[in-house]
Design a protein around this ligand. Structure first.
Ligand code: LLP
Length: 441
């Protein structure tokens, strides 16, 4: 569900005509619909209501401060994986105790900044290695604070997603093998400044099926039984993120579909006091955002039609990196060429009146990996047209680069008929200024 829809042949974002926004803010442009974000949080909360879970939004999906602020206003905490993300969450007004910090390579400086007594120590670390508890303990001791942590266990469960985003198998660097968990808890008993009292798991992203969550939940519940039998208390259980998003209409399970399988397994424990937590990123933000790019040129080769745009993998890396497929369509296709759903074999409102023809939607960069969509059926498109790359709100802007010295896009948030520039387009001075000043220094 999202607030992007075609009306009378033009794309609207909630109460605002998208074409007007491109005229005003230029392209490439990331555009987010605030009410979609609210709606996704509400649905997630409702689905898992019986567990009364803590929701720690995965900042890495889209960390814009205005968006984090909106989420903080909905009572959502933050899952951060660097001190930069912790700082973002704090700046957006997420209370320190609602921030959890994961990451396989936390440095001492990062741990110390996360525990800073003046800022308020973060609520919890997700421990990723056997060495980490003692490191956190030492830093907490030095700062005179107590740290709380969960152990991220790796249950060796395949989430059946892209190899690059699979994180819960023995082939991955994340967490501690589940069979080592008891030993880690035992070793942590003697630590005076760290309380290890929780478990964490994250299997990968996006996870299109429910079964990996079920298996992981069962494995962790069995582990909790074993730990408790040894006298170790487990007060918190986080099942991570990984919930899918609609890259094609109707593709992803709903929060309630995941909940139907997960809630019954955890309900009794939650009622007995176990705090359940989730770290959703993609499912909250993906379909809340579109990337808007302008077609600069249209080129034909004997075998291809290329729509060459003012941004490609520099703005949205996912198609180039993972072969990810995003629905792409002109923002002003006209009535007949309005798609009836976001599917890669699109049906048009005007039936066969408009002929669709394959095209590669590509960017300006100097390599052929620079694609936004490959061999996609699209209506006729002329230079100057603006295309929307849908479901780009998660891992879009946050993975963007300045490759080929292309400034990063602007970000705009729409709320009803209100529009807010939440990050101006990067200027050439911001891009090049630091080096110019270093030359002069
Ligand atoms: N928790 C942990 C520990 C994670 O590593 C991640 C994502 C999340 C939560 C949030 O997962 P989500 O709910 O967003 O699926 N760049 C890739 C996705 C990388 C995900 C990394 N970890 C992409 O564009 O598909």
């Amino acid at each position: 569900m999202d607030h992007f829809e075609y009306r009378a042949g033009e794309l609207w974002a909630d109460g605002v005509r998208v074409g007007g926004l491109v005229d005003r803010f230029g392209s490439p442009l990331y555009l987010y619909a605030a009410r979609t974000i609210d709606d996704h949080i509400a649905r997630f909360k409702a689905a898992f209501e019986a567990l009364d879970p803590e929701i720690h939004y995965a900042v890495k999906a889209c960390g814009n401060l205005a968006i984090l602020q909106r989420l903080a206003g909905l009572g959502v905490g933050a899952d951060a994986v660097s001190i930069g993300e912790v700082e973002r969450a704090r700046l957006a007004g997420v209370p320190s105790e609602r921030i959890v910090m994961a990451g396989v390579a936390k440095t001492d400086d990062e741990m110390a900044a996360a525990l800073d007594p003046a800022r308020g120590p973060i609520g919890r670390f997700n421990i990723e290695s056997e060495r980490e508890p003692a490191r956190v303990d030492a830093i907490a001791g030095r700062l005179g604070v107590r740290a709380t942590a969960s152990l991220r266990v790796n249950p060796d469960i395949d989430a059946h997603t892209h190899a690059y985003t699979t994180t819960g198998t023995n082939a991955n660097k994340f967490g501690v093998p589940i069979e080592r968990a008891e030993a880690v808890f035992e070793a942590a008993r003697s630590l005076r400044h760290l309380e290890l009292d929780g478990l964490h798991v994250h299997l990968g992203s996006p996870i299109q099926t429910i079964e990996p969550y079920e298996r992981a939940t069962r494995a962790l519940l069995a582990l909790i039984d074993r730990l408790e039998a040894r006298g170790d208390a487990v007060r918190s259980l986080s099942l991570g993120g990984g919930f899918a998003a609609d890259y094609e209409s109707g593709q992803a399970p709903w929060a309630k579909d995941y909940a139907r399988a997960i809630v019954p397994l955890l309900e009794d424990r939650a009622r007995a006091g176990l705090r359940i937590a989730f770290e959703p990123g993609r499912t909250i933000m993906a379909s809340a955002g579109v990337l808007l790019v302008r077609v600069i040129d249209v080129k034909r080769t004997p075998t291809k039609r290329f729509l060459i745009c003012d941004a490609g993998m520099n703005a949205l890396t996912r198609p180039a990196l993972y072969g990810a497929r995003h629905f792409v369509w002109p923002i002003e296709p006209g009535l007949d060429a309005t798609p009836t759903a976001r599917t890669f074999e699109p049906a048009l409102a005007g039936g066969d009146a408009i002929a669709v023809e394959p095209a590669d939607v590509v960017g300006p960069l100097c390599e052929s990996s620079d694609v936004l969509a490959v061999d996609r059926k699209l209506p006729p498109v002329e230079p100057g047209a603006v295309l929307a790359v849908f479901t780009s709100g998660a891992y879009g802007m946050s993975m963007s680069t300045t490759l080929n010295d292309r400034p990063r896009p602007a970000e705009v948030l729409v709320d009803g008929d209100q529009t807010r520039l939440i990050r101006p387009r990067q200027t050439l001075d911001e891009l090049l200024g630091p080096e110019v000043r270093a030359l002069d220094a």
